[in-house]
Design a protein around this ligand. Structure first.
Ligand SMILES: [Zn+2]
Length: 381
């Protein structure tokens, strides 16, 4: 199936705040940006003794940089960092800014709309080499798993800002990054119910929600009850009335099947079991690529351990967790034919879904190293 991806029309908080040094802060470099602005402004003032044209130009620059109105508005902006968890608007503004600041390698598109009409945005990072293979990374299919959003945005930030120094195993990929696959649910966990797991679909006249990670077609509804999935709308594992009944899962399906780039890696980030798991979830048999998936998962687990000392277990879904039918990784592996399909359960078993803010950065670093090492592995095999 072929679909045309809509070019994003990013919603700017304020269209006058277009300069990188006047917008969101997302790394330590911003402080230096601010000081360089001051330097530039001072230089402008010193050089304003030349022609009238020069003076006008300098004054324009000064006005652009330091007018109080803009400073006031900037103070109201929420800033991106990895010291706390952020709302959807901050996440989307962050990827929009990556696109604006690094247009040669970044593209933001809207791959679908949620049940409540929110954009499902994707950041694609690519050097546009026709020989590239595809990597899919998504987070927040289950909205209460906030750490997944932090981790995936950190990976995006590292990829974009270090692209020219990264290995060819990384730069030879087209990175498809979906930071918030379930935007309605994510907002709902911030505004109403922190432990909400499903989307915000309405069935039977009320909002019951569908567990999107039970709504994919492969093995859909195969096992009813327990964790497999449920046909009961009020159940936490409600699979929906049909495979791909939900716009969020349709967005994944149509984007991947519509891509001309062959995907090699699919990783869906969850929390909190500290696991790296792979197909199958709907049965106990090892999948045909069991050994490669086990090895690739072990490469990631080793990188995590070397980074932080944390030990993530590796194995197939049913072995390490429970039956899960209609999952995205069973679909990506079997139907989309993506050989390295993983679900990474991030930290933490201790704090469950409420991972303390002071563990965000360490979790991001361990997973960034895991993903980098996986790229080396998949290119060698
Ligand atoms: Zn989950």
């Amino acid at each position: 199936m072929s679909v045309a991806l809509n070019r994003a029309q990013p919603r700017r908080v304020n269209s006058t705040l277009r300069r990188p040094d006047m917008f969101y802060i997302y790394d330590d470099g911003d402080e230096s940006d601010q000081s360089s602005n001051k330097t530039l402004t001072a230089e402008c003032a010193n050089q304003c003794t030349q022609t009238k044209g020069d003076i006008r130009q300098r004054l324009t620059i000064q006005k652009c940089l330091i007018t109080p109105r803009r400073k006031l508005k900037r103070g109201k902006l929420k800033l991106m960092d990895w010291k706390k968890y952020h709302r959807l608007s901050v996440i989307y503004a962050f990827i929009d800014e990556l696109e604006r600041d690094y247009p040669a390698i970044c593209t933001v598109s809207v791959i679908g709309k949620s049940v409540e009409g929110r954009d499902i945005k994707m950041l694609k990072i690519s050097n546009s080499n026709a020989d590239n293979s595809g990597v899919w990374l998504d987070a927040c299919i289950h909205p209460r798993e906030w750490i997944s959003v932090a981790v995936i945005t950190y990976i995006a930030d590292m990829l974009v800002k270090n692209f020219h120094t990264l290995s060819s195993a990384i730069t030879s990929k087209d990175w498809h990054i979906i930071p918030v696959l379930n935007p309605d649910g994510y907002e709902y966990t911030h505004t109403h119910e922190r432990m909400w797991r499903k989307n915000r679909a309405r069935y039977g006249g009320q909002c019951v929600g569908v567990d999107l990670n039970r709504n994919f077609s492969y093995g859909w509804g195969q096992i009813n009850g327990e964790e497999g999935s449920s046909d009961e709308p009020s159940h936490i594992f409600y699979r929906g009335p049909a495979p791909f009944s939900e716009p969020e899962t349709v967005a994944v399906r149509d984007t991947i099947l519509g891509s001309i780039t062959p995907f090699k890696v699919f990783i869906s980030f969850h929390s909190y079991f500290e696991l790296i798991i792979f197909p199958w979830g709907n049965r106990q048999d090892p999948c045909p690529d069991y050994l490669h998936l086990l090895e690739g998962g072990t490469v990631m687990a080793r990188a995590i351990h070397e980074t932080s000392g944390k030990t993530y277990k590796v194995g197939n879904t049913k072995d390490l967790t429970y039956y899960a039918c209609g999952t995205s990784i069973d679909w990506s592996y079997s139907i989309a034919k993506i050989p390295y399909s993983y679900m990474v359960e991030l930290r933490s078993k201790q704090h469950r879904f409420r991972l303390p803010k002071d563990q965000i950065m360490e979790t991001c670093k361990e997973i960034w190293n895991a993903v980098k090492n996986l790229m080396d592995y998949v290119d060698e095999h």
